[in-house]
Design a protein around this ligand. Structure first.
Ligand code: ADP
Ligand code: ZN
Ligand code: ZN
Length: 729
């Protein structure tokens, strides 16, 4: 037998197919093998098994060993990896890696097994009488197992002694069996719940999705309209037809809650895949899916690569979320991968959101996607009322705290009624940097050239891009002034001020600092849901998904902060954020209230957001995009060139630019912008960064850009192509 192998090395030169020979016929496409490669032993993926070789057989090396009993990759995985490799310019090995848990590649994790003792005697009486009178422990163990039939060997050993158990096994009265044990994450498994009766809107949505001929349905449902229940219902009918399903959620934060719903409905049929799990857990969950034991995969973006066969449905919840785009290598777009899988399996895709991305909504309007709407909340509860507070007036009145008097009054009211409140800070890209108010000096990271962030607990300045830590300064190193001020509002500052205003209130804080691990994160949510706190203060992490029935008030401290970012999507992001945050308020009995603090109360986007007018927002936004020539009317393509050696980076930039410029000059009419410059962050992780930035309506231009960039191979220089990146840093 001969096999085509992709050697598991991430390098341009080795990223092709190599032939090996194999003795035996127990090898299949998808198997992982150990092969000789350049004088070393390397792992590889078999992508094809064939009777003959293309190379002269005497020059072909032999596979050293087959690594797994079952092929790690399915036929579908191999095909998808090929498509991904072509569509996103990802290396073959890198594309295949996407389908495997990292633990498996390193071979460090084995499936955990548990040994069981099983009762195997034909007749207890005769077995007992065959044992010596003095063998008390064997007798006890046999009696115990004749009742239990089966128990963990470790527990039997502890109770009766390993010698007695071994003796019983020797005599054939018990059998020792070894089985894979699932290390199940989040083990608070709910009892199996009955599905609820769907509302009329939910029924209509399910029907629309079931009946449509289109591959993709956009489920546009306001917050609280019960999108999850629609997903569960669709998943159920997919399972009933013997197929499998994938449910994607945007961030780690959502997964446990979603999983609880799923476990409640489907029991062990669902498995969870995400980076927050311990290595062993992740491997086991992956294996449960690969072996067919679990048929629903739930997780963040990477769960789209779940090793399921016969996929009938892929759900992408909160489809507008930026995390569905992979921003580091291998760069891919989750919806595109989902479409590849849906093509292969004839599956349906549902993308759901209360605030769809402008791109998706446009496709739905044009009829490319099926559109299902749920314009009402379950039980027709009203959406919370939003009050806009002009912070400029607060400042004029001499209020220099971050809480307006209106928000203070509302907090007071909510707390005195025994309700809960959420205080939200918009921190994306918003720095808590230190500034000298005398001369304007801002401390920056030596390696990255970005402003440092002050961390109160550690009394230190930290770089968020390389994690470097610096001592907090007491006075300005440039002018010697001691008038230092921290920039915007941090969660810690908000908590401190809040605690002064409401000394009796119990306050929880949730941001990246308090949620280093999944447990920390879960604990905060659990405590808040269990009413162990009155106010939850947090960042983006609390904006989405969570359902807290006692929350009647949401305060948004700096609603317009994101409007000032130099990003063409700031309006969209702001609208989404406000809608999502407001959706946290008043989900159960009482109508909720939202207080939105802003320095730009007249802003259009805020107006649409407080009126929950998605359509109005969409129409004004799409008109703006058309006029200014931004996506979805164009594609933004950025070629990022970086190197530790500035000269090399500049040389590479020139090479790339010259090649692209020639193409550009041929097609100049199809461009809104073409140019090169230093990247906004000029230096990151000791690398100098330059970019060629393009905005074009030429379809497929990105493929030509990628070809050009793939040809630039200079040692120590990195050339990356990004299409509509989430942020230009
Ligand atoms: P969305 O994701 O659209 O914001 P959720 O799926 O979180 O909304 O649902 C909002 C609330 O309504 C949840 O508490 C959910 O349990 C409840 N709910 C959803 N569907 C129904 C239904 N058919 N009957 C009763 N309650 C429902
Ligand atoms: Zn100074
Ligand atoms: Zn740094």
């Amino acid at each position: 037998m001969y096999v085509d192998v992709i050697v598991d090395i991430l390098s341009g030169e080795t990223d092709r197919i190599f032939e090996y020979s194999y003795d035996g016929d127990d090898i299949r496409a998808g198997d992982r093998v150990l092969v000789p490669f350049g004088g070393q032993k390397k792992d590889g993926f078999v992508i094809r098994v064939k009777p003959d070789a293309d190379y002269p057989p005497e020059r072909i090396k032999r596979v050293i060993a087959k690594l797994d009993d079952v092929p790690a990759l399915t036929e579908e995985c191999l095909r998808l990896a090929e498509r991904i490799s072509e569509a996103f310019f990802v290396g073959k090995a890198a594309a295949l890696r996407l389908f495997l848990p990292a633990e498996m590649r390193r071979g460090t994790v084995r499936a955990q097994t548990v040994k069981y003792a099983e009762y195997a005697a034909e007749d207890t009486e005769s077995a007992l009488s065959s044992l010596r009178k003095t063998a008390q422990k064997q007798r006890a163990a046999l009696l115990f197992l004749s009742g239990e039939k089966r128990a963990r060997l470790s527990e039997c050993n502890a109770a009766f002694g390993a010698a007695a158990m071994a003796a019983l096994a020797e005599k054939g009265f018990i059998r020792i069996k070894e089985e894979k044990s699932g290390r199940k994450p989040y083990t608070q498994i709910a009892d199996l719940e009955k599905p609820v009766e769907l509302t009329a809107w939910q029924k209509r949505a399910v029907e629309s999705i079931t009946d449509t001929e289109k591959q993709v349905t956009l489920l546009h449902g306001v917050t609280g309209s019960g999108k999850t229940e629609v997903y569960l219902s669709l998943i159920k009918s997919v399972l009933d037809r013997g197929k499998t399903a994938i449910l994607l959620v945007p961030e780690i934060s959502l997964t446990p809650q979603m999983l609880k719903n799923l476990r409640g409905r489907f029991g062990d049929a669902c498995a969870i895949l995400h980076s927050g799990l311990a290595a062993g857990e992740r491997f086991d969950e992956w294996w449960r899916l690969r072996s067919g034991e679990a048929r629903i995969a739930v997780g963040a973006r990477s769960a789209v690569f779940a090793p399921l066969e016969n996929v009938g449905l892929i759900v992408i919840d909160e489809e507008h979320d930026g995390s569905y785009q992979s921003e580091s290598a291998p760069r891919y777009n989750t919806l595109d991968v989902a479409r590849f899988r849906a093509d292969y399996n004839g599956a349906k895709i549902v993308i759901g959101s209360a605030t769809p991305s402008v791109e998706s909504y446009k496709r739905a309007e044009e009829g490319v996607y099926n559109l299902a709407k749920m314009p009402e909340r379950v039980n027709k509860r009203a959406l919370p009322e939003v009050e806009i507070v002009d912070m400029r007036r607060e400042v004029r009145r001499g209020n220099n705290t971050v809480f307006s008097s209106a928000l203070k009054a509302e907090l007071d009211r909510a707390l005195s009624c025994g309700n809960q409140a959420i205080v939200f800070l918009n921190q994306r890209g918003y720095s808590k940097s230190v500034i000298c108010t005398s001369c304007g000096y801002v401390p920056t990271c030596e390696a990255c050239d970005v402003a440092l962030t002050y961390h109160l607990e550690e009394g230190a300045l930290k770089c968020h891009y390389c994690n470097a830590k610096y001592k907090m300064i007491e006075k300005c190193p440039v002018c010697g002034s001691t008038f230092l001020r921290y920039g915007g509002v941090g969660t810690q500052r908000a908590v401190n001020e809040l605690q002064k205003l409401f000394p009796a209130a119990r306050i929880l804080r949730m941001d990246r600092d308090t949620t280093q691990n999944k447990e920390g994160h879960l604990k905060i949510l659990r405590d808040f849901a269990g009413k162990k706190a009155d106010i939850l203060v947090g960042t983006q992490m609390i904006a989405k998904g969570h359902d807290f029935p006692s929350v009647t008030l949401v305060g948004i401290l700096d609603a317009d902060m994101s409007l000032h970012f130099s990003d063409y999507r700031s309006g969209e992001r702001t609208f989404q954020l406000i809608t999502q945050v407001a959706g946290r308020s008043g989900r159960a009995g009482e109508t909720g209230k939202v207080v939105l603090q802003t320095y730009q109360p007249e802003n259009n986007v805020l107006r649409y957001a407080v009126n929950y007018d998605y359509k109005g927002f969409y129409e004004s936004e799409i008109a703006l995009r058309r006029a200014t020539g931004f996506p979805p009317f164009t594609e933004i393509i950025r070629v990022l060139v970086s190197a530790e050696d500035d000269g090399k980076a500049r040389d590479a930039l020139k090479t790339v630019y010259d090649a692209l410029n020639a193409l550009y000059l041929e097609n100049a009419a199809g461009f809104r912008f073409f140019g090169y410059m230093k990247a906004p962050i000029k230096r990151l992780n000791n690398k100098f960064r330059y970019q060629v930035l393009m905005r074009t309506n030429l379809k497929g231009f990105k493929y030509r850009v990628r070809e050009i960039c793939a040809a630039v191979k200079i040692r120590g220089v990195y050339v990356n192509v990004e299409v509509n990146p989430n942020n230009l840093t």
